[in-house]
Design a protein around this ligand. Structure first.
Ligand code: RRO
Length: 314
């Protein structure tokens, strides 16, 4: 049994998802596998208006993974609900849209537009991205400040029907991730997605200038997996100790194989997102699901949920 409880009575058939930003609106990946086979499809964070993002170059490869300074490029929520969401619905995907804003009002506006859209019945939850590293103030104005995070989450929660779980996507670039996690859950988040990219920078040693147009960027891929494992572990531990209510954690960060996924699951993740790995292997999300399944059976787990947080030994 691979099914996953997302909260608010919402169950997914399996724990594998795309990670926001790495699969745009789904059409690219649907050429390689059926996106309806995933537990959920997570779309690129969408804001109120269309945005072209930061100047190029805005991607760099490093030995530890990929650095991006995209800067929230996107079609805006209007085009998203008119084109992208209906297309995802037409192919039978369960959609977890990621939303963003530059103020809590903008987040609320985006959530309300989503709620009122004709294809909203394909939405299984909403991921609130409070941690984009590539906007003014590094986007971390929300993710680093418990009150600002709570404000955004509370306003978004108010816009959405009861049966839609709200996930807060957290940044690893904070002093104490459990404080932010706790503020989000108290404000109404039904779950947490950990982690967004880790702030980094690359210098071109020929030109002796920053390699990315945006100077700094978000690091994703294998190098951040131990950071994701640590963040998930710390927040799950805080839940065990009653420092915050127990809610589902979606794990994301450098997962390329079923074994990588199991590491995040053992730390406390109830679902797994695969992002950067799709650039090398577009079918990575379904391959990881297959590998995870085989690994769980080989280890004698009858239900996926029995493996969640197993490394805590409780
Ligand atoms: O668009 C981006 O630059 C971006 C976003 Br919204 C995010 O949440 N994380 C990231 O690494 N890049």
């Amino acid at each position: 049994d691979l099914s996953v409880d997302l909260g608010r009575g919402r169950r997914l058939p399996n724990p594998l998802m795309t990670a926001s930003g790495c699969a745009a609106n789904g059409k690219e990946l649907h050429r390689f596998f059926d996106v309806a086979d995933l537990g959920a499809f997570v779309t690129k964070s969408v804001m109120a208006d269309p945005r072209s993002g930061r100047g190029t170059p805005r991607m760099a490869e490093t030995p530890s993974g990929m650095l991006n300074s995209i800067g929230l490029q996107g079609p805006g929520i209007g085009a998203f609900v008119e084109e992208d969401l209906p297309w995802l619905k037409s192919v039978g995907a369960r959609v977890l849209p990621s939303i963003a804003g530059s103020s809590s009002r903008e987040y609320a506006q985006v959530a309300a537009t989503l709620r009122d859209s004709s294809a909203f019945d394909s939405v299984v939850g909403v991921e609130v991205n409070i941690s984009c590293p590539n906007v003014a103030n590094r986007g971390l104005v929300f993710a680093c400040d418990p009150m600002a995070s709570a404000d955004v989450i509370g306003l978004v929660r108010e816009q959405l029907p009861r049966e839609i779980p709200v996930f807060a996507k957290l940044s690893p670039d904070v002093t104490d991730i459990t404080t932010i996690a706790s503020a989000c859950v108290e404000a109404g988040a039904d779950g947490l997605t950990m982690i967004n990219t880790l702030l980094g920078m690359v210098i071109d040693t020929d030109r002796l200038r920053p390699q990315l147009g945006g100077v700094t960027g978000g690091l994703s891929g294998p190098g951040i997996r131990p950071v994701a494992v640590r963040a998930i572990w710390q927040v799950r531990q805080a839940m065990f100790e009653g420092r915050l209510p127990t809610v589902p954690i979606i794990g994301v960060g450098g997962v390329r194989t079923g074994r990588d996924a199991l590491e995040l699951v053992a730390a406390g993740a109830s679902a797994i997102q695969v992002g950067t790995a799709v650039f090398n292997d577009p079918s990575a999300p379904v391959r990881v699901l297959r590998e995870l399944c085989e690994l769980l059976s080989a280890k004698g787990f009858e239900r996926f949920s029995d493996a969640v947080a197993v490394a805590h030994g409780r």
